[in-house]
Design a protein around this ligand. Structure first.
Ligand SMILES: C[S@@+](CC[C@H](N)C(=O)[O-])C[C@H]1O[C@@H](n2cnc3c(N)ncnc32)[C@H](O)[C@@H]1O
Length: 320
């Protein structure tokens, strides 16, 4: 693996992006979409056949052609043929753990301000979906260090990322271990830390030590209980700015003549995102002018509490 900020010589441009141009080659993955929108991803192998409920077609009839064509199977089925995009690859690749979907990885890159040349830590690597997106975003001058505590998931992540980029990514450092234990051993500070794990609050102290002043922590959590605990832990730490929490909803639209309406189906929930910036050593964010609602941290609240709260927030809520 190369050092961050040092370009690796003799690395072909496509190794950084995982995007290939020119005619389809043996060993590359293609994505076939049938007339009902069903998708099939597979590796092109000379002499091999693709079978479906509409007969078969030969890989040899695709190898050597420019992607973006329609091909007919032996029983009259029509298939659209392209190389898979990253957003298509990550939702169809083999999974160990649940993956971060493209709508959220796009939010992560933008809200955590992952920039070319940045040094980014990620945990857990899971199936390697976010790793692929981060590696693209940091580019040839950056570095992604991914921690994963389960060996079987680490193997899945390595396989998926290697498949996507067509070989081992030069700027990817995949490490086995628990982030809270391994991060303090890192040789240098990092610009961004992205957490997708069950108990991210357990890693907040280690992340606080690892981040450069101004660095960003971004946390992806699936449930409201996790959301509350991680936000309150960040507040209680004292060395981060006020956490920002949100979710993104993406709704497809049906557009056909006069029938223009939202799709009936959508993915209603994936996860919540939280970001906060690391203050300089010894610095604290300004005291908030807007105080928490009375009772916000009342007797029923059992999580971490920020310092310096007014007495009213510990009382029974007026609504209870
Ligand atoms: C939901 S998966 C991550 C999926 C990944 N972001 C992706 O897009 O493919 C969560 C992973 O975090 C790992 N994990 C949980 N706690 C961890 C920790 N403290 N340190 C390292 N890995 C951890 C789990 O083993 C699991 O593989």
């Amino acid at each position: 693996m190369s050092d961050a900020l040092t370009p690796t010589p003799d690395v072909p441009a496509e190794a950084w992006a995982g995007v290939h141009r020119g005619p389809l080659r043996e060993g590359e993955w293609v994505r076939l979409t049938d007339q009902k929108g069903r998708r099939h991803n597979f590796e092109l192998v000379a002499g091999k056949m693709f079978f479906s409920n509409k007969g078969h077609l030969a890989h040899d009839d695709m190898i050597g052609r420019e992607e973006g064509f329609t091909i007919n199977s032996s029983a009259g089925g029509q298939y659209l043929v392209f190389r898979p995009l990253l957003s298509e690859f990550v939702v169809s690749m083999p999974r160990g753990a649940a993956v971060i979907y493209p709508k959220d990885s796009a939010q992560i890159v933008s809200s955590a301000d992952v920039f070319p040349g940045s040094i980014v830590v990620e945990a857990g690597a899971g199936s390697g979906s976010l790793s692929c997106t981060l590696l693209r975003a940091v580019g040839p001058f950056g570095k992604v260090i991914s921690f994963e505590r389960r060996e079987e998931f680490l193997d899945v992540a390595r396989k998926n990322v290697t498949q996507y980029f067509g070989g081992e990514h030069p700027n990817w450092d995949l490490r086995l271990g628990d982030l809270a234990e391994e991060l303090p051993k890192l040789e240098h500070k990092v610009d961004r830390v992205i957490l997708d794990m069950l108990a991210p609050w357990e890693c907040v102290d280690a992340v606080g030590e690892a981040l450069v002043p101004g660095g960003i922590i971004c946390v992806y959590v699936a449930t409201t209980t996790q959301l509350s605990r991680v936000v309150e832990t960040l507040r209680a730490h004292g060395g981060f700015t006020e956490p920002h929490a949100w979710e993104s909803l993406v709704r497809d639209w049906h557009v056909e003549g006069l029938a223009v309406r939202p799709d009936h189906k959508m993915i209603g929930h994936t996860a919540f995102l939280v970001t906060a910036r690391r203050m300089a050593p010894g610095e604290r964010p300004p005291v908030k002018k807007r105080r928490p609602a009375p009772g916000a941290y009342g007797p029923d609240y059992t999580g971490p509490r920020p310092a310096d709260l007014p007495a009213a927030v510990f009382e029974e809520s007026a609504d209870s």
